[in-house]
Design a protein around this ligand. Structure first.
Ligand code: ADP
Ligand code: MG
Length: 290
């Protein structure tokens, strides 16, 4: 398949939520670098930072936007007022930090979020939505707004258990046909496969649903060095091992088969969403903190 504009094939952006069970597993690094890799392929990209507690996309990119998504949800600004241009023209909507708006997301805020996503996505091919980890703070509701979801996990057992709990929750709460797993900070490709197989066998056995492997990103000190230089690693050091992995992931994202009818955000306004979270079974072990 060619790298033609996805928006040419459908109306508006494909929205991709990036989430995890446990915090600190590499979601924001992945969002920023996947965005940069997709941009280098000629795609029109935006990132919406929906990590209200600890939004960090703007910091990771060295941006200091004057207004944040919270102002959109409060009805003070339109999405177009808060979006800024990041590196290579990646469109960024920052979350700010310590804003708890999403924890009290009433119908008006929800409608503004849905309208804002549509406004932002109208001129993009892909809109990446970086979330906070775990089941709290409407994460599942936000993920349900997206066309696709990537669950990021580390290689430690704690991270895997939390990823499993997240997958379980997503499967019961969302109509996503496919949950893509990325194993981050893997020693090598073999370890990435092994970690995925562990997760996959549990979801097949206990949830009766497959998940899909979107690949691994190697543990690479260059990832955190790039955070200090506030530039996406794939731009700063395109030859780093992790940069190659982010580009492989970008290729997979661009080559996703078409999803059939586009998700119609109009159906997701407050009249039809969000349903209350299903009760968690005991011992699912999702971390609530970042
Ligand atoms: N593949 C990787 N290799 C090495 N360090 C990584 C990798 N991915 C992320 N990190 C580091 O892990 C920390 C957490 O990453 P971050 O993207 O902020 O996670 P999250 O958004 O899930 O909280 C950061 O210091 C980041 O530099
Ligand atoms: Mg983050």
């Amino acid at each position: 398949m060619t790298l033609q504009s996805s928006a040419a094939r459908r109306h508006g952006a494909v929205t991709v939520a990036i989430t995890s069970g446990k915090g600190g597993v590499g979601k924001t690094s992945l969002a920023v670098n996947l965005a940069a890799a997709l941009r280098a392929m000629g795609q029109r990209i935006g990132i919406l930072d929906a990590d209200f507690g600890l939004g960090s996309v703007d910091v990771m990119l060295g941006l200091a936007p004057a207004a944040h998504l919270g102002a959109v949800l409060n009805g003070e600004c339109a999405m177009g007022d808060v979006v800024v241009d990041g590196p290579a023209g990646i469109r960024i909507v920052a979350a700010g930090s310590g804003i708890r708006a999403l924890t009290t997301l009433g119908a008006p805020q929800w409608d503004r979020l849905v309208d804002g996503l549509r406004e932002l996505g109208a001129s993009l091919d892909f809109l990446l939505v970086d979330t906070s980890p775990g089941i709290g703070d409407h994460v599942i509701d936000v993920v349900r707004l997206a066309d696709r979801v990537i669950v990021v996990t580390g290689n430690e057992p704690t991270s895997l258990v939390d990823a499993y709990a997240m997958v379980k929750l997503l499967l019961s709460a969302s109509a996503h046909r496919e949950i893509g797993i990325v194993v981050n900070a893997a020693q090598d490709a073999d370890e990435g496969q092994r970690v995925f197989r562990q997760l996959e066998s549990a979801t097949r056995r206990f949830l009766g649903r497959p998940i899909r492997y979107y690949g691994c990103i190697e543990r690479d000190p260059a990832v955190s060095e790039a955070v200090f230089s506030q530039t996406p690693l794939v731009m700063d050091r395109p030859d780093a091992a992790a940069s190659r992995a982010y580009r492989r992931l970008a290729l997979r994202v661009v080559n996703w088969p078409s999803r059939g009818p586009a998700v119609d955000l109009a159906d997701r306004r407050s009249a039809s969403a969000p349903a209350p979270l299903p009760a968690m079974s005991a011992g699912t072990g999702v971390s609530r903190c970042a």
